[in-house]
Design a protein around this ligand. Structure first.
Ligand code: HSE
Length: 423
């Protein structure tokens, strides 16, 4: 029997590309080496026409409508920096009947409900694998493989720059500024690096992954997060003493009451945990599900080619009209975001006056002699959601390795009976 060729699979993709920065140029080069894809870039829309670029001049325009109104262009790839212009481009492209591939995590996180509506209304694909964990195919896996309600938890390093900075600072003794500069030079950092350092980029990616993992659609500022801006060298000393690494960890866990606890915070990670293995600009995702137990995805989370590889894969998927079904959102009961649980955390600070000690359920350890003081205690998660003392006045909060506590009352009773027994 001869081979049958499905013409749909081989349909020609004519791309209009927005942005020719680190990712856009990476994609341009990668596409030149991937002729099997049957995809060509017809036009590239850029903001600054004067710059020297490694591509023929006639490819470029500054007029977005040249791409958006070109009927031959059937795919818009959007990899620009600014969130609002990106949303305008993406929505116009979808409404004009084009498929869209985007890497703009901030734009997607801030406009998720509208993007979901646009996909429903237009029936066009909107793919964004590059927007979370760059080269790791985590979105499509969450969509397709974990199409059930057995997903217990996700724990991930989703920001390459902060992971790079933490690695350089704590393992190679570089100072913060030099490590950040290096991340910028290597093209990992956002053009406004505070988006990385203060945790915005990580929470934006987490918002996208929560939608694909659990069907939870939340606005970034509704989910508790912080970056690495308050982490001190003294925190690293404590971490070393306790044989931990410090990582910026995004996590989501299904609780016994059916709700999902989700947040992005610095965390102590044990050396034998998979995330401890994730260094520099690499990202990692640990997924726990009912029968598979633990699985670990690992790969480059930032940089030109790793990010372009995810865009390329999305472009490839368009050949067979792939689209996200958001199954957890549309075909399952969406769990509520939990606030009624407790967390165990290390908190370091300059002065006791900044710490509301009475809000802790209990304090397991405290060190008040040094100039930089710290405690390890258990506190209601809702306190982190309502108040900001834990990230102000140079205070640094780092979660314990197993931070989520659901049975605080039982533990309190146990502690009390042990105290009464004089133990
Ligand atoms: N600034 C981002 C990071 C780039 O460092 O992870 C990749 O999304």
């Amino acid at each position: 029997m001869g081979k049958s060729i499905n013409n749909n699979y081989h349909k020609k993709l004519v791309i209009g590309l927005f942005g020719f920065g680190v990712v856009g140029e990476g994609l341009y080069k990668a596409l030149q080496q991937t002729s099997s894809l049957n995809a060509t870039i017809k036009k590239v829309c850029i903001k600054h026409p004067g710059k020297k670029r490694n591509a023929p001049e006639e490819l470029f325009t500054t007029d977005k409508d040249v791409l958006l109104n070109d009927e031959e262009i059937n795919v818009i790839v959007e990899v620009i920096n600014e969130s609002e212009p990106a949303f305008e481009i993406v929505s116009t492209a979808l409404l004009n009947g084009k498929h869209v591939v985007s890497a703009s995590k901030k734009m997607i996180a801030e406009h998720l409900p509208q993007l979901l509506q646009l996909q429903k209304k237009t029936g066009k694909s909107f793919l964004c694998e590059a927007a979370a964990c760059a080269s790791i195919p985590v979105i499509r896996n969450l969509e397709e493989y974990y199409d059930n309600d057995l997903l217990h938890s996700l724990k991930a390093i989703v920001n390459g720059s902060t992971n790079f900075i933490l690695t350089k600072m704590f393992e190679e003794d570089l100072d913060f500024k030099d490590a950040l500069l290096l991340a910028q030079q290597l093209g990992f950092a956002e053009s406004d690096p505070s988006l990385d350092v203060d945790g915005w980029d990580a929470i934006n990616k987490w918002i996208i992954l929560l939608a694909h993992a659990y069907g939870i659609v939340e606005y970034p500022t509704n989910v508790v997060f912080n970056g690495i801006q308050n982490i001190q060298l003294s925190d690293a000393v404590v971490a070393k003493e306790k044989h931990y690494d410090i990582k910026l960890v995004a996590q989501a866990k299904k609780l016994l009451n059916g709700k999902v606890a989700a947040f992005v915070l610095p965390q102590f990670v044990k050396h034998d945990e998979p995330l401890s293995f994730v260094k520099n600009e690499y990202n990692g995702v640990v997924i726990e599900s009912s029968f598979a137990d633990k699985q670990f995805f690992y790969g480059k989370g930032a940089g030109s080619f790793p990010t372009a590889s995810a865009v390329l894969s999305d472009i490839g998927a368009l050949r067979y009209n792939y689209h996200y079904e958001y199954k957890k959102l549309y075909h399952h009961i969406v769990p509520e975001l939990a606030t009624d649980f407790y967390i165990k955390a290390y908190v370091s600070f300059d002065d006791w006056k900044f710490i509301p000690k009475e809000k802790f359920e209990w304090i397991e350890e405290w060190h008040a002699e040094e100039e930089r003081k710290y405690l390890i205690g258990v506190i209601a998660f809702s306190e982190l959601k309502i108040n900001n003392w834990w990230k102000e006045n140079n205070t640094s909060l780092i979660l314990s390795p197993e931070p989520i506590i659901e049975d605080v009352e039982i533990r309190k009773l146990k502690k009390k009976s042990l105290e009464l027994a004089g133990v």
